[in-house]
Write a protein that binds this ligand. Structure first.
Ligand code: ZN
Length: 243
């Protein structure tokens, strides 16, 4: 295995999923299109549960917030942050993540597109309210917080099942994929959304397309040119090396 030769590319798009955070000790949270490992959780991460049983929703996401805060970025996160800071003039790397754990930002990555929101932000459940989402470390496991402006319940700023990807994230991703010359999908299944959609767009843009994952694609998505199997924290420092 040798480096991908990143310095040759000008518009790189990277998509990361739960696989990149496993070495940081985090259980996967998967948003729309994904599957939860534990029974019952899929029922709780929904707008319906938020409306009917908000305390239970916070008892699910509060501990996620605490665990993610206690976790540390691993060599995979760090390798990606290093690429972004060492790109040649005019080159761009758009980092898109399905993870809500904030580890890319803590590793030093800039302008991370969070497809499924962030475990560390809280926002108002009332869509007409003007309260902005804010950084929040409290797990709120002892009571449901309410909005200081409109008194509606506050919720984690994450995308739950049945909810849309935030429009600004979707727009940023579409624009980046249209121009991209290299797509790298990491720690996520290449055969299901969002990676399967990303790779189709990237193929249309005539980009080189690479999947880095523990599990091989079954069946193999025809739009992926290359597949590297293994742990992200071991493969990325080699694949992304620029010197
Ligand atoms: Zn409000």
């Amino acid at each position: 295995m040798k480096p991908l030769g990143l310095q040759k590319y000008r518009r790189i798009v990277v998509l990361t999923g739960a696989g990149i955070s496993v070495a940081s000790g985090l259980r996967p949270y998967r948003g729309p299109g994904g599957l939860w490992e534990e029974a019952g959780i899929a029922d709780l991460a929904t707008p319906q549960a938020l409306a009917e049983r908000p305390a239970e929703v916070w008892r699910l996401f509060g501990p996620v917030r605490v665990q993610a805060r206690a976790a540390q970025p691993n060599d995979g996160h760090l390798a990606l942050a290093k690429v972004q800071s060492s790109l040649p003039a005019g080159a761009q790397l758009c980092l898109v993540t399905q993870n809500i754990d904030g580890l890319h930002q803590r590793a030093g990555s800039q302008d991370v597109v969070e497809l499924h929101g962030s475990a560390f932000r809280t926002r108002c459940s009332n869509t007409a309210c003007e309260l902005e989402a804010y950084e929040d470390d409290s797990p709120h496991t002892n009571g449901v917080p309410t909005c200081p402006r409109c008194n509606a319940i506050l919720r984690p700023d994450v995308v739950m099942f049945g909810e849309m990807i935030p429009a600004h994230s979707e727009w940023t991703v579409k624009r980046a994929l249209r121009e991209c010359d290299l797509l790298i999908a990491i720690g996520t299944s290449g055969t299901v959304s969002p990676a399967s959609n990303f790779v189709r767009s990237a193929e249309f843009a005539r980009a080189r397309t690479v999947l880095v994952n523990l599990e091989p694609m079954r069946p193999r998505h025809p739009a992926f040119d290359e597949e590297y199997l293994g742990r992200a924290e071991e493969l990325l420092p080699v694949l992304l090396a620029t010197t």
